[in-house]
Design a protein around this ligand. Structure first.
Ligand code: M6R
Length: 616
């Protein structure tokens, strides 16, 4: 979703602001803007609907000079994606500029009051009220103290925000603050930086500081940063975070797009996650922060997630129920938060799965579970994310930066992380012996090579992608653990190719979706070897009988599938059916990518989507 950047120091601000915004493109956005304080002490900037590349051209033409400035990529919530609604927003005097991530929930009330006091609004956004509130405070009680003016403004806000504020009257100073939306700052010899995540900062430093809710930070041109907490106390030791990946990890490095790069990085991501896990507790999972007795006492697990992470949760359920024999419910976070009748049994562990760690629905659901007395365990990819900070324990999946909006490597890493959790729970409650844990871990260790084998067969996906040409819809089917793979395959296809894809447990097809079938209709059937193979084959026959083109994801050597289906996406034999989803889904990721490219779409930045969905 929206991205914030800011800089004050020795260099020309606009260069880094634009580069920073480009790095934040992966979050998803529809307009962008920058504003700098000119050497003559005025604010000047440009903003526009569309890509950062357009903004860059406009900034070049406008010849923006100045060593202090702020920038923003906007994902529209209040007001259409137009030039006038793009950030930064200015106050009435044109001397205060703000950028904002989040939602100001009481903006209508504030806007009415501000307009009654004579303020003129130039946009339809909720964010613009902040510029006028800072203006009021600056003109009144906080004159000469930008940090005080920003605090004063925030005291009147309800909702969530990450804010950066520049004021032409204090050139060289930026004030930033947050509530519920992430914000990180960095101090360097060149100057001080702020951004909504670490990505833009990785090119200038490996050490960043996280702000806590309602902290107010003042960034100075000499690179120093003063942070004051919600009670007005100086924060002398802010939480530092080392960026432990090379900035090059977030660059294309020879790939044509990030999605291709991230798909191909999956084997190494799983190797990192599994390294050194065997120990005296069966599986070493110190991240869980629960003792053996608490683990052994668990009677129920609730998994909460959205989108792709929810699909990882569906596979996690199978693993935990099979290995730890603990009943698991998997809930959509957005539904769970408003389910007032939800019953949580005693001794329930809540597991939140979130790649970004910033999904608003997931965070709200986790807070609700904590409020109900549950321990919350987060499985996330982003170091220091809000989910990680608020959870009782966090397992980082270590997939490295995922830039493409469509999640791929984080998804398979989430699944494998949940397998580790299942083994840990099973060993703690005595359902698994140490030998069994070792055996399962050994099976998991086969995943990277199995993935490499699937990656080497990408030509099959490229070939199968042709079956989607000139089609308006498709159906994805799978049974049991493979139904999660079907759901994920359909979501990937929808996200990046804008082709309708319906996913169903294969046995449910006859209860409705079968009506969609007609000659040439593409059906993707996930039908690996296993106890439901034959039942799924019957469903494939039903599709073929109606003339559908069946693209089957099947185990090598499956002669029946090879004979009947139009395309086969082959999966090598896996030692345990539970790990098949982590291997077979790579075909569906590549298939979706080829279909999208065939249609001429940008696979990394699909329309309307955001990488971190920070609004409910
Ligand atoms: O960051 P999260 O894992 O919490 O995000 C949840 C969903 O928004 C996310 O998985 C979304 O479905 C992706 N675009 C999937 O590719």
């Amino acid at each position: 979703m929206c991205g914030v950047v800011g800089y004050t120091g020795k260099r020309q601000a606009v260069d880094w602001l634009l580069d920073g915004l480009q790095t934040l493109e992966y979050r998803g956005y529809d307009s962008a803007g920058v504003q700098v304080v000119s050497p003559s002490g005025n604010l000047h900037g440009v903003k526009c609907a569309g890509r950062v590349a357009i903004l860059r051209e406009r900034a070049h033409t406008a010849n923006l000079h100045g060593t202090c400035g702020i920038g923003h990529t906007r994902w529209a919530t209040h007001g259409t994606p137009t030039d006038r609604n793009a950030h930064p927003h200015l106050d009435c005097t044109g001397r205060i500029a703000i950028v904002h991530n989040g939602i100001i929930e009481n903006y209508q009330q504030l806007k009415r009051e501000l307009m009654a006091d004579g303020h003129e609004f130039r946009s339809d956004t909720d964010s613009e009220v902040v510029a006028h509130l800072v203006e009021e405070a600056w003109a009144g009680p906080a004159r000469g103290d930008l940090a005080a003016a920003v605090r004063n403004a925030c005291d009147r806000l309800e909702g969530s925000w990450a804010l950066a504020v520049a004021c032409a009257d204090v050139p060289g100073e930026l004030v930033v603050t947050r509530l519920g939306s992430p914000l990180v700052v960095a101090s360097t010899d060149d100057g001080a930086y702020v951004a909504s995540d670490v990505m833009p900062l990785s090119s200038v430093t490996s050490r960043v500081f996280q702000l806590d809710d309602r902290d107010i930070a003042t960034l100075h041109a000499d690179g120093s940063i003063d942070i004051v907490d919600r009670d007005g106390r100086l924060v002398s030791n802010p939480v530092a975070m080392e960026i432990d990946w090379d900035a090059s990890a977030a660059r294309l490095g020879g790939y044509s797009d990030f999605m291709a790069k991230e798909i191909s990085e999956q084997p190494e991501a799983i190797e990192r996650l599994l390294a050194g896990r065997l120990g005296k507790h069966g599986i070493e999972l110190d991240e869980l922060k629960l003792g053996k007795e608490e683990l052994a006492a668990l009677r129920h697990v609730v998994i909460i997630a959205c989108g792709t992470s929810y699909h990882a949760g569906l596979t996690a359920k199978v693993a935990i129920e099979r290995w730890a024999k603990i009943p698991v419910s998997v809930e959509y976070a957005s539904e769970f938060i408003y389910d007032d009748d939800y019953l949580v049994p005693d001794h329930t562990l809540c597991v939140v799965i979130t790649q970004s760690g910033e999904t608003a629905d997931t965070l709200a659901a986790a807070r609700r579970m904590r409020g109900m007395g549950c321990d919350v365990f987060a499985i996330t990819n982003v170091l220091g994310s809000t989910a990680a900070r608020e959870a009782d324990g966090t397992l980082y999946v270590q997939a490295g930066p995922e830039v493409a909006v469509a999640s791929t490597k984080a998804y398979t890493a989430q699944m494998v992380a949940s397998f580790l959790l299942a083994l840990r729970l099973g060993f703690a409650n005595g359902r698994l012996t140490r030998d069994e844990v070792e055996k399962h871990l050994h099976d998991l260790e086969q995943i990277p090579d199995l993935m490499r084998e699937v990656l080497s067969r990408r030509w099959q996906d490229k070939q199968a992608a042709r079956r989607f040409r000139h089609k308006g819809s498709s159906l994805f089917l799978g049974r049991n653990v493979s139904s999660a793979t079907a759901f994920e395959g359909a979501l990937k296809l929808k996200e990046i190719s804008y082709l309708h894809a319906e996913a169903y447990p294969a046995g449910e097809m006859k209860h409705g979706p079968i009506a969609l079938l007609e000659p040439g209709f593409p059906v993707v059937a996930v039908v690996p070897a296993g106890h439901v193979h034959d039942k799924t084959m019957s469903n494939i026959q039903e599709c073929l009988a109606r003339g559908a083109s069946v693209i089957a994801v099947a185990t090598d050597g499956d002669e029946r599938v090879a004979k009947l289906c139009q395309e086969v996406l082959g999966v090598p034999n896996c030692p345990d059916d539970i790990i098949v989803p982590a291997v077979s889904v790579l075909h569906l990721q590549m298939l979706a990518r080829y279909v999208a490219r065939d249609r001429g779409y940008d696979v990394d930045k699909p329309r309307n989507l955001a990488k971190s969905v920070t609004v409910e």
